[in-house]
Every structure is written in C-alpha cells, then in structure tokens.
Design a protein around this ligand. Sequence first.
Ligand code: 5AD
Ligand code: SF4
Length: 475
Amino acid sequence: MEQIKEIFQKEHDEQRQGEATMIESPIANDHARKLYIESYGCAMNFADSEVVAAIMLEMGFQTTADHKEADVIFVNTCSIRENAEQRIRKRLTDFRSQKITKPGTIVGVLGCMAERLKAKFMEEEKLVDLVIGPDAYRDLPVLLSQIDGGQKAINVLLSREETYADITPIRLNTNGVNAFVSIMRGCDNMCSFCVVPFTRGRERSRSANSIINEVTELFESGYREVVLLGQNVDSYKWVNESTNEVVNFAKLLAMVAQVNPLIRVRFSTSHPKDITDEVLQTIADHANICNSIHLPVQSGSTSVLDRMNRNYSREWYLNRIDAIRRIIPGCAISTDIITGFCGETDEEFNDTLSMMHYVKFNYAYQFSYSERPGTPAAKKMKDDIDEQTKARRLDQVIALQRGHSLEKLKEFVGQIHEVLIEGFSKKSTNDFAGKNDQNAVVVFPADNRFKKGDYVKVLIETCTSATLIGKIINE
Ligand code: 5AD
Ligand code: SF4
C-alpha cells in the first residue's frame, strides 16, 4: 500500500495513530449533536475522515475533540498489520464502555477494519452500532437514521466508481498550509502480502477537473502544499469525455503544478513497476513539484519480490533509482521495507541490505511481515519465518537506515534551502518549522517578518538524527 507519508512522515500506523480530529463548526449551536473522529493508518484514511466530517457537518453535526462529550464516536480504522488492528480493537472496547456512562452514545467503525470484519463487530463482539466501509460514506445519513430508529446499521459495499469527487473535505487538525488531496481510490495490484485490495476495492481515478478545483480552492484559502494521494499514483488515468484527452499521472502533476507556482506539490505513493521517465521529467520541469519520491521497494531480492507479486525485479528497481538520479539530481528517495516475508532466506535478506547500501534512502518505513487473513500470501504461502528472525532482521534494517538517514541529512549541512514555513516548532514558539523541497524537516529561529505559509531561504547549519537546523538568510 504504497501509502502515504509527517505529512508524509506520519502516516503509517506506527507513526501516526489515533489522532482525534477536530472540526471547527462554522456556527456554534448548543443543541447540535457532537461528533468525535479518531483516525488510524495511512494518509488516505485521514483524508477520508475529512470527507466524513463534511458529510456529518452537512447533517448538522458539530465536532468535539473530547470523546466524553460526543454523541457519535467514529473510529476510522486500519487493517494493514495485525498490531494496528489490535490497538484499534482495544480503543473500540474503551469507547463501548462510554455507552454505560453516557447512554445513547453511538460508536461507529469506519474504514478498512469495517470492510474486512464486516458484521462481526456488531454481531459477535457487540462492539459498535455502525459499520461502514470506505466506499459507503455517502450512506451515513441513512445509517444514522436507522440507528435513531433503534436498529444497528451496516454498509460495506465497495464501489467501482465512488471517488467522493464532489465533496469538499472539511480540513481537520489543519495548520492551514498543507492538505491531502485524494486523486484515486482502491488498488488493483494484488501484492500478495497486502490486504488493501480487499478493504479498499478496485482502483478508480477521480476526475482531473475536480482535483484541480480542489487545489485551486485550497490555494485561494491560503494553503501552500498539497499531497496528492493514491495507493499507486502512477496508474492514475482519467479521460476527459468532452475532449477525449487522456490525463495520466504526469499530466495531472503538471496541471496541479500550474495552479500556482507558489503551491508545492507532493504525491504518494509511487510504484516501482509503474513510475515512468515522463513523470520524472515532469518533476524536473516544474520547480514547485517537490524533489522527493516515496518508492516502496519491500525487498531487495528478486525471488522475494516474485513471491510478493510486486511485478518488478531488483534490477528493475535499481534502474528506476538510476533514472531518478539522472533526471532529478538531488531528489530524495524514501521507501518501505518488509522483513521476514514467507520463505525469506538469509541470502535474500542480505539482498535487501545491499539494496539499502546502494540507494542510501533518505528515509524508510520498516515493518516485519504480518500475515493478513484472506490475502494471496495467507492462502498460498507459509508464514514460516519465526518472530525472532523477523525482529532481528527488522533491527538490522532499522540500524542501517538510521545511519543512512543521518548521512543524507548531513549532506544538506552548509547548503541554502527554500523552506515552506508550516508553523512554530513542536518544542518552542521561538522557532519556526517547515520542510525543504526534499521533505526534510527544518527548524530555525522565528522571525516576525515572516509567517506560516511563507517561503524563506534557510542556511542549514547542523542536524540531529531527524531534523535540519539553520537560520533564515533573507535580506
Ligand atoms: N505486513 C507487513 N507490512 C505490510 N505492509 C503492507 N502489508 C503488510 C503486511 N502484511 C507495508 C508495506 C506497504 C506499507 C504501507 O505497509 O511495506 O508499502
Ligand atoms: Fe500498495 Fe501493493 Fe497493497 Fe496495492 S496491493 S496497496 S500497491 S502494497
């Protein structure tokens, strides 16, 4: 699932979990029912919660950041690994107890776990009142009225068309600078380890016009960075029916970049088998398309990649890396790595380490393999690498990557970078924080000539393991 990443960097369940999402309701109304949403997993889930918020606001709901005062509690869930599901299940159990202290509270499970476990949540476990899959959010008004009528409610139908193109998301927890824009839904790839094709259904692309409209509105309301989201953005394809023009991902990127040179464009996630030189050239040609690509490798071994059904070899991946280096010199590359996939030998694992040495990723999300029920790997292969070996290999990958990440950050020291200010740093209002083009976090002393949403030139003076530190050098 080539999923997404602090804006990027926070999206996997390990990085970003259980954030309460506050909606600022336009009009305060003491009698409005209150909604609390908590989101887990990938950026796509966080973006979906913003669509759900828009639908609920339309129904007259207001939101709250305190689940204890909520009339409706929604948990937007992730199934990608078993430990994600376990954490969410525990959280749902906590919320169920609120039905005793505050009778009438409605608890709903949204997203991938809802899709995977369907009625089980309600029937066997009696955990929730509402189960709704990722393609069914338009049905919320109907389902909530069923609950008000004393029934339980479920809709887990997947769709071949739904893209929520016409719903303007209500931005949650927003800094007013960065926003996610969903450009497609679902995935047709069937990587053997991955549950996403089963929980999010078939791939479909959203109309380019609606994407451009959303980005334009974001820019006009002050946003300065969009992250285009899809499970596999490189297979984006939309045909303009009035002109017959085919818009592929490269064309879409160029269209979004042209909305305004002051808006930065990022995207996630790319697929090694599909990322084209045309996309790379489009990035190189537009100063506001960021030089940062998330290209999940999963494994450095061709035989493991075959078993994963990734549809590329080690050589193919290396060829894509070389193309990125040639066409976009200085482009940051991040990745996802899985250790201990079915049958992974020491030799195959060493191929992953040597791949890491070759590429020197700027950043990596690292996971040990977690078998997901119903996936091709669960059906056809044995999860035969013991937990100790998986963990030991994961530790090796993490240690190696830590060194590479630091080395990559050190390369920036002494350089001048353009940084988009996202706000004050987490630690102090004396400092601003933002990102450079390559998606690295930069912290520097605040300067009252500038505010969030502004671009500044920063001389990078030093770094920690995850952050660049510098000072503004604008005259
Ligand atoms: N086990 C471990 N990691 C997984 N991922 C997806 N499915 C699994 C699984 N069953 C990882 C992949 C993917 C990222 C979002 O999560 O690396 O790219
Ligand atoms: Fe990504 Fe493969 Fe899962 Fe699709 S099937 S979401 S490409 S890991």
